[in-house]
Design a protein around this ligand. Structure first.
Ligand code: SF4
Length: 393
């Protein structure tokens, strides 16, 4: 017999049958100002038909909000959000994976809350409010642990995540030494395993974190995104959340960033997000070395310089991350998107490294990477001299 996961109240059994849950859409207050997440565009990206839920997650206030939001979705009880083989495996074709990402949600309770030191992009990696993504970037590392079709798992115990972070922030005290993450604030990455802008189409987890950070003057939230969600403009972050729009040349993005907002839309949104109280940075990532890549990046940088207003340029910084690929992901991608692999899989310029969890990762050879990073720094210096590079990796 299997036991059910512990609920936040310590019970080993579901509190009540899933069918008894209220499914009234009016139960959930939407964000003020008219919600993008209710628009046809948002409903196309995420047309939830099936929700796999741990009983404790479904019974929680956040779980109820989500169930109320998708009243027509079929509810399936699962013992653990982490093991749902029929969802997470690599079986099936791309059409099926995309459908799983679009039509399926998982609700779980995050059991272990740990904040890990990072030091590159952020000072700390926070326990994220989700794992998985409805977008489908072909190089994405997030599904590697669960299989290719990794739909969004929403962690419903967001109150515990916020309380954990509050304690962590308090324990650090003020930041005494400026570093590459930020001159003054401790930076917490809140979106390591998903896209917080997409999560905000589902529930208020992202909003809760943004609101929490605005009351912590020594800390700052940070997340990378490839999706423009105008609902985030309503959250009043008061400068305590850094949104990092990921950018790559449009041709690469069309080939590799499936289901994301077009790169031009991400750039065009920068000023709106700044005016709404966010700090706006850019992730130049992943940099994919292919014939003509320098010209394509030069064009992208010139475009940034042309269209971004001064006030965005004044505060913008960038991270540069070269592509890391993975042998298993390559095999999977070959079955459904071989054109992407033509540029991602370049064994002649890449070297393999076995990671701690046994995965075989590919990175550009050291000499090639060093040269590419130097070239990119030069392009940035020439075309967007206002864009300081916080780190390049
Ligand atoms: S947006 Fe991020 S988390 Fe989502 S598929 Fe792309 S790389 Fe992965």
């Amino acid at each position: 017999m299997h036991s059910h996961p512990s609920s936040p109240h310590g019970s080993q059994e579901p509190l009540f049958g899933l069918d008894d849950l209220p499914r009234d859409p009016a139960a959930e207050p939407g964000p003020p100002g008219g919600a993008f997440r209710d628009s046809p565009q948002a409903r196309r990206l995420l047309a939830v038909r099936e929700i796999h839920a741990e009983p404790a997650a479904a019974a929680s206030p956040r779980g109820r909000q989500i169930l109320a939001r998708f009243p027509d979705a079929r509810l399936i009880e699962v013992e653990s959000h982490w093991r749902i083989p029929e969802l997470h495996g690599n079986e099936g074709n791309a059409e099926r994976w995309m459908r799983v990402k679009r039509e399926t949600l998982v609700l779980g309770v995050k059991k272990t809350l740990t904040t890990r030191p990072n030091g590159r992009s952020a000072d700390w990696i926070a326990p994220g409010p989700s794992n998985g993504c409805a977008l489908s970037c072909v190089y994405c590392y997030v599904p590697r642990r669960k299989g290719f079709a990794n739909p969004i798992t929403v962690f419903t115990n967001i109150d515990r995540i916020v309380a954990h972070l509050g304690r962590h922030v308090a324990a650090q005290g003020p930041k005494r030494e400026p570093n590459q993450c930020d001159p003054e604030a401790w930076v917490y990455d809140i979106g390591e395993n998903g896209d917080c802008s997409v999560d905000a189409l589902i529930c208020d987890n992202t909003a809760d974190l943004v609101r929490a950070f605005r009351d912590w003057p020594t800390a700052k939230a940070s997340f990378a995104t490839k999706f423009v969600n105008p609902d985030l403009l309503e959250l009043d972050p008061r400068g305590r959340t850094r949104i990092r729009f990921s950018l790559m040349p449009a041709d690469d993005s069309r080939l590799l960033d499936l289901r994301t907002s077009p790169v031009d839309d991400r750039i065009a949104a920068a000023a709106d997000f700044l005016d709404a109280g966010y700090e706006v940075h850019f992730n130049l990532s992943p940099v994919v070395v292919r014939p003509g890549w320098e010209d394509a990046w030069a064009e992208l940088l010139r475009h940034l310089d042309d269209v971004l207003p001064q006030r965005v340029k004044r505060q913008a910084r960038a991270e540069v991350v070269m592509l890391t690929h993975n042998a298993d992901l390559h095999e999977v991608n070959l079955r459904w998107h071989p054109r992407g692999e033509d540029v991602l899989w370049q064994p002649a310029t890449q070297e393999t490294k076995r990671s701690q969890n046994g995965a075989l990762n590919l990175r550009y050879r050291t000499d090639i990477k060093r040269r590419a990073l130097a070239d990119l720094r030069e392009l940035v210096a020439r075309h967007t001299p206002w864009l300081g590079i916080r780190y390049a990796f």
